[in-house]
Structure formats: C-alpha cells, structure tokens
Design a binder for this molecule. Structure first.
Ligand SMILES: [Zn+2]
Length: 317
C-alpha cells in the first residue's frame, strides 16, 4: 500500500463468518464510504460444524478440508461487503481453530488457544503498523460467549494495540502506531429482548427453526454500556448476502438466521459497540453514530495526508 485512505478500520475476528454476523453492515457501510476496511481472521474455522449435508464430508471429523473451503466462503462474503483487504493472522492456516471450550483440540499444536499471546500479537502489530487504523473492533474479554478462539482473538487484538504503539517494540515491524479508538462488539439488552419477542411470534408462523434465546447471542449488555450505534439498514441486504456466502455455517431467512444448532436468531441491521479506548465523539450522555466520530479524520479529506517518503512509508512527525 503506497497511500493510506483517510479513514481506516481494522476488525479482528476468530473464524470466517464472525465478521459478517457481527459487523457485516458496519463493514459494508464504511467500505461504501471509501474508508479502508481491513479484516484479520485468526483461524480458518476448521472445527466448525457443517450445515449442508452435501458438504458434510469437509468436516474435521471426516476429510478435514473445511478450512480451505471456509477461506473461499470468506472471500465471497467480502466481495458482497465490498471489502478487499482480508487476511489471516500469520497467513492461512498459521493458527488452527481450537474447537469449543474444553475440547481436546484446545491444546493441539498450532491451535490458536494454545498460541503465545505476545507471539500472535506481534503478527498483528505488523498489520497495524502497515495499515495504521484509527479504529479497531474486536470482542470483549469473554470473546462475547466464551469460545476459546474468540477469547484469544480479544487478547491478541488488545495486546497488539498496546505493542503497536510502543516504539521500542520490534521496530523491524514498522513505525509505532497508536490506535485512537477501540470498540467491542455489543448487543443492547433492550434491543435483543424486543427482537427475540418478534422472533418468537415469527417462529410460530413458519420459520424452519425453533427460536434461540437471547442468552445464545454474544455480547449482550445493559443498554447504558452501548456507546455507539451504526445504522446499517441501507446495507442490510449486503450483510445478509455475506452471511449466505458462509453457507457451511449459516442459514439465512432474513431477517433471521440460524447456525448449525438450527435455532433462529435475529439478523441485526443495526450494529452496536462499546467504546473501550479513546474518547467518544458524541455529546455527553449521547451515543455516537460514527466509529470515527471526534477523530481528526472526520470529514474525509479535510486534513492533508501525512508526508510520505518515496517508498510510500508514512513519516511520523
Ligand atoms: Zn467464531
């Protein structure tokens, strides 16, 4: 990359499909606005259960070729969202899906859960220093719902944000960069309760699945912890298409979807965040409606690009 876009958003996720479920509308929204949207996925999701019977042979318990297939699903999903920059942490297959908490796969060599956090973070530091995002999105410390790869993605992302800003850390990985704002994926409890009430009525009216419970949804918190709301309604068709592209993992009957547990849950057209580092750009007591609110990048192009040398490296002053 020789020239940086004015607004740069980095997302760190555990498996292919997490990005589309959690942030598909946000990613499509910012990509459509010309922001640089970059996704780092930490594993290929090799341990996922496969929904379509015709593809069941790919599963880890059979041919164990699901990872390569899910990389293709991810590429198709990113095309739907308009996101060109998607990478796997350390390269495809560098870290393997650890399976659910307590599974013996947790401790297999190469499993993301058993990776050294600082070593994995260094791989992300290199990406952060290259892309220089102002905004990072990842999971909360519980990974939203306790999956080991989600917990580890949180740890690695938060650690990498610290290390990337530290000039003395691995100068060979690029010039230090401080990410201005970090967000965790969230769902406000009142919204979840409302949508699950609607879902329960719909389930009665012919959805092919029973209804999940709000407790099945990752990242649900009391409303007062929500700092930021991204209205993704204009992009919701692209989000649904991206989710459909993850066909081994997700079945979509918009505005609902189901994972391999065959339990329906709402497909969120508005996505919610908790700002955990950096200053809110909203008035006191208000929520932000833009992840970049309050940053000098607001109103893209209003600020000159940082000076660059002839190799395109950003010079920090
Ligand atoms: Zn996941």
């Amino acid at each position: 990359m020789t020239e940086l876009a004015d607004r740069r958003l980095l997302l760190v996720h555990a498996h292919p499909d997490d990005e589309s479920i959690n942030n598909g509308a946000t990613m499509a929204t910012y990509a459509a606005q010309g922001a640089h949207v970059a996704l780092v996925t930490c594993t290929l999701g090799e341990e996922g259960e496969v929904i379509p019977p015709a593809l069941a042979h790919l599963a880890a318990t059979h041919e164990d070729t699901l990872g390569a297939h899910r990389a293709e699903e991810l590429a198709a999903a990113m095309k739907e969202l308009g996101v060109a920059d998607h990478r796997f942490l350390g390269g495809p297959g560098h870290f393997r899906d650890s399976g659910m908490m307590g599974a013996e796969q947790n401790h297999r060599a190469g499993a993301f859960w058993s990776a050294d956090v600082d070593e994995a973070a260094a791989l992300l530091v290199e990406v952060i220093r290259e892309l220089r995002p102002q905004v990072l999105i990842t999971y909360d410390p519980d990974g939203g719902y306790g999956h080991p790869d989600h917990i580890q993605a949180h740890r690695v992302a938060m650690r990498a944000a610290v290390l990337a800003a530290e000039p003395a850390f691995r100068p060979d990985l690029g010039a230090a960069h401080d990410i201005a704002k970090i967000y965790w994926n969230r769902v406000p409890r009142s919204v979840g309760e409302r949508l699950f009430a609607e879902l329960t009525e719909n389930a009665v009216h012919g959805l092919p699945w029973a209804a999940a419970q709000l407790a099945d949804v990752p990242g649900v918190v009391d409303d007062d912890r929500i700092t930021t709301v991204v209205d993704g309604r204009p992009q919701v068709a692209r989000k649904a298409a991206a989710m459909r592209a993850h066909a081994t993992q997700i079945a979509v009957e918009a505005p609902w979807f189901a994972l391999s547990n065959d339990l329906a849950q709402p497909l969120f057209d508005t996505e919610y965040y908790e700002l955990v580092r950096g200053r809110s750009g909203a008035a006191p007591g208000e929520r932000e409606h833009d992840l970049f609110a309050g940053l000098p990048t607001e109103g893209a192009g209003a600020h000159p690009d940082p000076p660059q040398d002839d190799r395109g490296t950003v010079t920090r002053t």
